[in-house]
Design a binder for this molecule. Structure first.
Ligand code: DX5
Ligand code: ZN
Length: 216
């Protein structure tokens, strides 16, 4: 199966959001990656429910929502209502992670957990069988356009082993600094899905860039 490509809407032109959503619809991309930041867990604020709803109105592909927010539990239902199909929370934000994963499933979404670059892969040992997706951060979350942290490639291999050992069906998704070069290393290491923001939207022909990434 070819790698799943999830363009990050954070890098799109917000004054022309419908145009950029339609570009992704018509491209070979698989999902919409949507970064929600609260200014507390990460040092940046992005957008919330009205923007998700506006994207959902035009999007013809699943919404892969990445929550960089403290206490995500209280908003799970509302993210479902705003159009999230996959909901990813940060390990570092969830005291009762197992309960949070169950609540995401109960709301009718696929559940993902994101790991900051310093969080050991083994932290997911007890929940990996319940997850649909793990998001390995290959930058420190908060901003688009940062430099790829190379150690993420080794972390993908470690996660692959954990998934195999536990018989989990979780997909390995990687986020931050992904381009054709880093993307190739990640796919070779076992990544199933890649987020790319600045590399796609900063290129001369985003549709073609997505097509090239699909062929990694
Ligand atoms: C970073 C976000 C990413 C970001 C990726 O905190 O989670 O999804 O949009 O942007 P690039 O691909 O530019 O690193
Ligand atoms: Zn993200």
């Amino acid at each position: 199966m070819s790698v799943i490509i999830s363009p990050s809407v954070l890098s799109c032109d917000f004054a022309n959001i419908q145009r950029d959503v339609e570009m992704i619809n018509a491209s070979e991309a698989d999902w919409f990656h949507i970064d929600v930041m609260d200014g507390v867990f990460v040092p940046n604020i992005s957008f919330g429910f009205p923007v998700l709803e506006a994207i959902k109105k035009h999007a013809t592909k699943p919404m892969d929502v990445h929550l960089m927010i403290q206490n995500p539990d209280q908003y799970i239902e509302q993210f479902k209502k705003s159009g999230a199909d996959l909901l990813t929370v940060h390990y570092e934000c969830c005291t009762h992670l197992h309960r949070t994963i169950q609540a995401i499933h109960a709301a009718g979404m696929k559940a993902g957990v994101a790991l900051n670059p310093h969080t050991p892969i083994d932290a997911l040992q007890e929940v990996i069988e319940d997850l649909d997706l793990v998001l390995i951060m290959s930058v420190n979350p908060g901003f688009g356009g940062q430099k790829f942290i190379k150690n993420a490639v080794l972390r993908v291999e470690q996660l692959k082993n954990l998934i195999r050992n536990k018989g989990s069906h979780a997909l390995i998704h990687v986020d931050g600094g992904v381009n054709l070069e880093t993307g190739k290393q990640l796919v070779e290491a076992g990544a199933d899905a890649l987020v790319a923001g600045s590399y796609i939207f900063g290129s001369d022909n985003p549709t073609e860039t997505i097509a090239k990434m699909k062929r990694l």
